[in-house]
Ligand binder design. Structure first.
Ligand SMILES: Cc1cc2nc3c(=O)[nH]c(=O)nc-3n(C[C@H](O)[C@H](O)[C@H](O)COP(=O)(O)O)c2cc1C
Length: 214
């Protein structure tokens, strides 16, 4: 369950309890969006959030999150907790030292602010900092199966896809969403075939021109 922490502690606790009761098995705290995105592209498109089914967000999103907020989520949920929006090895290392289950390397699809490093560029240093103590997921800008292959080769455990799902939805409804995933899977299988591997475990940094996570 992806959680935005609101300034209202009671609301946070209720959302976490509801998520737990609904059977969620992990909580992701997004830490990179204390306010709606203001990248040039977001402004150019005049993007406005539709009314989303997250009524708790009427309470706003808390600014200046700290580790006490993370501790609260760990305590209240009793579930594995990840933070999303990590772009530095220092933060990834601290997250591991504080007992988090993993990190999600993300610049929020480049939608929050311009000039952040790309997720793919910082991924190897985050993988190195995590040192296998937790999972490393990555998103932002992954569009092709070959992109997924490269992220796995850099040591990511999984790759998140954002807007391509919406593109599929806009073009073809649920079938469009299915076709987005099918195309990515096909492209990944093709890339694996060309690389001569048949399992995800065989996708290692030996396929990178410059091994970055050694
Ligand atoms: C319309 C839209 C809404 C989003 N809402 C959230 C959100 O509520 N929480 C969150 O953590 N990330 C949110 N994101 C960011 C995505 O989770 C993800 O990090 C990003 O889209 C990945 O990049 P990509 O779109 O290039 O694949 C949103 C992205 C879009 C495009």
């Amino acid at each position: 369950m992806q959680l935005y922490i609101t300034p209202d502690d009671a609301v946070n606790k209720k959302v976490i309890a509801d998520a737990k009761a609904a059977g969620y098995t992990a909580v992701v705290i997004s830490i990179d969006a204390p306010a709606a995105g203001k990248s040039d592209e977001v402004i150019r498109q005049g993007y406005k959030f539709p009314k989303l089914p997250k009524p708790y967000l009427q309470h706003g999103i808390k600014s200046g999150l700290d580790w006490d907020d993370v501790k609260m989520v760990m305590r209240e949920s009793g579930l594995p907790v990840l933070i999303k929006g990590v772009t530095t090895p220092e933060l990834a290392d601290e997250a591991m030292r504080r007992g988090l289950a993993g990190v999600i390397v993300s610049n929020h699809g480049g939608r929050q602010i311009d000039g952040l490093p790309g997720s793919f560029d910082v991924l190897p240093s985050v993988v190195k900092a995590v040192k296998g103590r937790g999972v490393v997921l990555v998103d932002s800008g992954f569009r092709r199966g070959a992109d997924v292959f490269k992220a796995l080769a850099c040591g990511a455990d999984a790759v998140g896809i954002g807007r391509p799902v919406l593109f599929g939805l806009a073009v073809g409804g649920w079938e469009g969403v299915q076709s987005t995933y099918a195309r990515l899977a096909e492209e990944l299988a093709f890339t694996m075939n060309v690389a001569g591997v048949s399992t995800i475990a065989e996708i290692t940094d030996k396929f990178l021109i410059e091994p970055k996570n050694v």
